[in-house]
Design a protein around this ligand. Sequence first.
Ligand code: PHE
Length: 380
Amino acid sequence: MKPSLLLHAVFASALGLIGLTSCKSSSGDTLKVGEFASLTGKEATFGTSSHEGTLLAIEQVNAAGGVLGKKLELLTEDDQTKAGEPANAVNKLISKDGVVAILGEVASSRSLEAAPICQQNQIPMISPASTNPSVTKEGDYIFRVCFTDTFQGAALANFASGTLKAKKVAILTDVKSDYSKGLAKNFKTRFATNGGQVGIELDFNGGDKDFKGQLTAIKSDVPDAIFLPGYYNDVALICIQAKQLGMNIPIFGGDGWESESLLTIGKDAMEGHYFSTHCSPEQGTPEMVSFVESYKKRFNGKTPDALAVLGYDSAMVLVDAMKRANSSESSALRKAIAATKDFAGASGKITLNSERDALKALVFIQIKDGKFTYNATVNP
Ligand code: PHE
């Protein structure tokens, strides 16, 4: 190697080292927290809501003086609802920005893409809302502050048998979504145990616009109800087309339905249908009441959805763990998050089990008079 080149190499690696140490320990005057979310693209309301909740939490913590003697700095990456982007986002947050932890994502497929990277780098990741059981199985640095679809699928099956008194249910699954596939599977297992009959099972690809073929086939199978574990935009189109085909059986799904856009797109085609979700802004706990009040104040009177609540809780669980660990060092932080017990979240009490999942209640919502109306609560 020529001396000048050698010098370059030494200089570059010294720079790299400086960069690395200052990043890894977040030794500046802020503690950097990363976030990746679908702020734009097909599921933009998911990321926007969870981001607003997260941002509110960070602002509140900073207004109260910060944590570990420092202010928190939230670095947010928009993954545009696109496969491939979550990996880019967390790689950047970890390697370039040097965040101490990562909050995200809502959709299970996107969390599943990012989780192995966080695990490999030993950066704790807390998903606010990904319910597919596989997410936290990616490793001991991966957590969630919501229930899983093992629970949600069983609750939906009991709802179909008990509340809807459905004997035969058709299932329409989004094959592009790990959430949809997992929830369909968990639903089927319990529904069969309940003595229910799974009728015709068909697929679609999230983002499709024409569902008439599947719906016509479902109609000829004459089920008592349709189970539709999808995301709000596809769900709204499917319900519109079902109505156009004169199908007036109940259609029901899981938390992926939760968005105001479900109503603005689906309008009266949503009437009477049901979904399960994480919490309701109307649940009168002091934590929820105070969250709703601050959120409305911060975001122009907007009513928070479950994702805003969970985004807030994911950040607050992280901050609580930083305080208990009295450190932002990755293994200490990981241990403290894992030890989260009876944390008073806005969505409800959060205790993480040995699988790093939260055991929490679920609520059923029915769409009545164009509004989300509380129907029932199911405890774990
Ligand atoms: N549970 C969904 C998933 O895992 C995400 C979601 C949560 C969507 C809550 C809406 C409300 O993909």
